[in-house]
Design a protein around this ligand. Structure first.
Ligand SMILES: *Cc1c(COP(=O)(O)O)cnc(C)c1O
Length: 375
């Protein structure tokens, strides 16, 4: 057997400890210091967000979105069932009823054309999830938001450095949430970002971020004392996290190039086999870019996927399936009143993700491809 190949290995640029050392010895290690500001400025400059706020996770950023959207019991929030728990959890905590949409026939992202039928007088928010960093059709979604006066909150957890018709993901909806969990392209162990594009939300976002106080304003010298002015929580990460993240951001171009290269090698090596075995490779619509976040296969059934995962495992290669439809989760199934979501269930059973991380070598990818193609 070859050396084991893990599914993920968090990338280190080598500068992380250097910046953490700087942060620690600067004497300011709580949040909203120099490294936090460098990171936030980077995101605003690079992607055109009106305001970027670092958070301790994407889950936190989504929770902030739910607070900013004033979600109240009974409000309806539309999102795909095929997504991570946090997408729903953040809104459920505020009492929202989740209206789950099905995935597309050719991609695990939400079926944009099914959304309009799910809108009612109680709908407040649509949450498109850019699965695998591949953009949802944002023109269609923003047009619905305009027509029905809804907010759009992008779950861009996997979508750093990805684009829709040339526009950065996370810059199109009213707000967006990104993740820097160790499994994402850019990581800080745990970490996240709230991006705000609608200026109406900026001032309140800073307050909610800082435990319901106007401390951020005070810090800038805009007010001469700070106090308790709203609800909120402690959503900001320490400077130690921001310092780590800064090292990653300095290397974003290199990280992205490498991941896209790996993705391409998989694609080239597997496309003939996939076509011959009724397996689908990731679908990237013309309007979307590829940020190399994930390389997945959609098998023709649960059996084929189980066989594939086992075959890879025997060679020490770890491949993993992904979400389980949220409308069938133990927590939500009793509350779910909508129709069957067959595509979401199909991806639950048939989708498998291959190892994809910076240090994965050409030779290792060849071994993985050969193992998949073997029989
Ligand atoms: C990773 C992920 C999250 C959660 O991110 P955390 O930073 O771990 O909170 C939410 N949504 C999607 C689609 C994700 O992939």
């Amino acid at each position: 057997m070859n050396n084991p190949i893990p599914f993920n290995k968090p990338y280190l640029t080598g500068k992380e400890m250097h910046y953490i050392y700087q942060a620690v010895y600067s004497g300011k290690i709580s949040g909203n210091g120099l490294f936090t500001q460098k990171c936030q400025q980077f995101f605003q400059d690079q992607y055109g967000f009106k305001k970027a706020l670092l958070t301790t996770s994407c889950t936190d950023a989504l929770e902030m979105c739910a607070l900013l959207a004033n979600i109240e019991p009974g409000d309806e929030v539309i999102m795909p069932s095929y997504t991570f728990v946090s997408t729903a959890l953040a809104f459920v905590r505020q009492g929202a009823k989740i209206i789950f949409a099905d995935s597309g026939a050719f991609h695990p992202g939400v079926d944009e054309d099914s959304l309009e039928t799910l809108i009612t007088l109680k709908t407040k928010v649509i949450v498109p999830v850019h699965y695998a960093g591949v953009a949802c059709d944002m023109d269609k979604i923003m047009a619905l938001a305009d027509k029905y006066n809804l907010l759009v909150i992008e779950d861009a957890a996997q979508a750093i450095e990805s684009f829709y018709k040339g526009k950065p993901l996370g810059s199109i909806g009213h707000m967006a949430a990104f993740s820097f969990h160790e499994t994402k392209n850019i990581n800080s162990g745990e970490g996240g970002l709230l991006a705000i594009n609608d200026e109406r939300f900026i001032k309140r976002a800073e307050i909610i971020w800082e435990k319901g106080t106007n401390r951020a304003e005070f810090f800038r010298g805009a007010v001469n004392k700070y106090g308790w002015v709203d609800i909120g929580s402690s959503f900001l990460p320490s400077e130690i996290i921001a310092a780590y993240l800064w090292a990653q951001l300095e290397n974003i171009t290199d990280i992205q190039q490498k991941r896209i290269q790996i993705w391409q090698q998989y694609h080239n090596g597997l496309k003939h086999w996939a076509a011959a075995n009724k397996v689908h490779l990731p679908f990237i619509p013309e309007y979307a870019s590829n940020n190399g976040h994930m390389f997945y296969l959609v098998c023709n059934g649960l059996q084929q996927r189980t066989d594939l995962i086992n075959r890879l495992k025997q060679q020490g290669i770890l491949s993993v399936f992904h979400y389980l439809s949220l409308h069938k989760s133990p927590f939500y199934m009793d509350q779910y009143e909508g129709p069957e979501l067959p595509e979401s269930d199909r991806y639950t059973d048939c989708l498998v993700r291959l190892p994809l991380y910076y240090e994965l070598t050409k030779e290792q990818i060849e071994i993985i491809i050969a193992t998949i193609i073997a029989p």
